[in-house]
Design a protein around this ligand. Structure first.
Ligand SMILES: Cc1ncc(COP(=O)(O)O)c(C=O)c1O
Length: 358
């Protein structure tokens, strides 16, 4: 079965085999070597120095990494503006509401890019009363496949002294992220999307300086304690050793294949192949390529076709595609090109689509 859903991804044999390595006690040096390698390779994906940045591992899914980041890095007296244009932006607001983090939402149309003029106006209007200390955004809003312009947001925040916290769960490892921008304080991500690991390991990459004003709103997900103990070759709780095995193997493979630029180019080629093929069959992409990620694209369901019938037919052919979320479930479907797949897989997928539509 080939997974075309946005994670977990189809594994390479090498990563799958890595799950069968020896059992490890998480209080022994072998585990801390594994943890150290995962942390340093994660920084290496974007060439980050461990003097300025730290990568903090969590045994959890991507949402927990986002939650850990927000719960720690918006200080007790901080104020957050959340830019929303999809399900995952909404989720950040739910997390902040749950923790009682002082926040406001700038809710945009799900099919549109954020209105940067409105974002700037909102930040400036808040200056007179209670300025925002941080802004949160979803880099790749997986709801629609839109790549939100993180660089544009950082540019607005840089001149205003506002820190950016980004959900990069479905972009980290493939899309460009400019970590040199001082406005970017932290990103949250996961092992089982663009990095091709297995579910169960997630991480936050944060500036060390941002941790200095962090607060502890949560026990298990406390980013500051996790960072401190991991720096000391320690861990507060029992980690998913096997998920870390797979993450490290996936990161070794990633680097040997050429790193982010190569992964980006690979995804871009597959995404374009799928887009062009589906367009030929009468299924238009929801967003133009220049507004989309290379990781996942959303497509209009053909007239008269119900998603479950399309899904079940493709599943019988060996492909798992993904429905639209929430109100979009009856109007679109999504195809992700993450994981172990190549051009011949997309070719076969298109043949199966064609047969279904006949
Ligand atoms: C942008 C984004 N954020 C957060 C998540 C949540 O990740 P998880 O399901 O691993 O908790 C996802 C999952 O697809 C995502 O795409």
């Amino acid at each position: 079965m080939l997974l075309l859903n946005p994670g977990p991804v189809t594994l390479t044999d090498r990563v799958r085999r890595s799950l069968l390595q020896p059992d490890l006690c998480h209080r022994e040096s072998e585990f801390f070597d594994l943890q150290d390698e995962a942390r340093s390779r994660l920084l290496g994906t974007y060439g980050l120095s461990d003097k300025q940045w730290t990568s903090v591992l969590l045994t959890a899914s991507g949402t927990a990494a986002v939650e850990s980041m927000l719960a720690a890095l918006v200080p007790a007296n901080g104020r957050l503006l959340i830019i929303e244009n999809g399900v995952y932006g909404e989720r950040m607001a739910q997390i902040c509401a749950q923790y009682g983090i002082s926040h406001e939402r700038l809710i945009g149309e799900w099919m549109l890019a954020p209105d940067w003029t409105a974002v700037a106006a909102r930040m400036d209007a808040a200056k007179a009363t209670r300025p925002y200390t941080h802004v949160a955004i979803v880099h790749h809003e997986t709801t629609t496949g839109r790549l939100n312009d993180l660089a544009a947001l950082c540019a607005l925040c840089r001149s205003r002294g506002i820190g950016v916290l980004a959900d990069c769960v479905s972009s980290f490892g493939a899309e460009a992220i400019d970590f040199s921008d001082p406005a970017l304080h932290a990103v949250a991500a996961t092992a089982n999307k663009c990095l091709h690991g297995v579910p169960g390991a997630a991480f936050v990459i944060t500036r060390r300086a941002a941790l200095e004003s962090a607060t502890a709103r949560t026990f298990y997900l406390d980013l500051t304690r996790l960072a401190r103990l991991q720096d000391q070759r320690n861990t507060p709780f029992t980690p998913s050793v096997q998920a870390y095995y797979a993450l490290v193997e996936a990161l070794r493979e990633y680097e040997e294949q050429g790193g982010r630029a190569v992964r980006y180019a690979h995804y871009a080629a597959l995404a374009e192949q799928a887009r062009a093929g589906l367009a030929r069959l009468g299924m238009a992409a929801v967003l133009p390529p220049k507004e989309s990620s290379v990781v996942l694209r959303a497509y209009h369901l053909p007239k008269g076709v119900a998603y479950p019938a399309l899904h079940d037919s493709l599943k019988a052919d060996g492909f798992v595609i993904y429905a639209g979320q929430g109100g979009l479930s009856t109007s679109l479907f999504r195809i992700s090109t993450m994981g172990a797949m190549g051009a011949s897989d997309i070719e076969r997928l298109l043949t199966c689509f064609e047969r279904f539509l006949r």
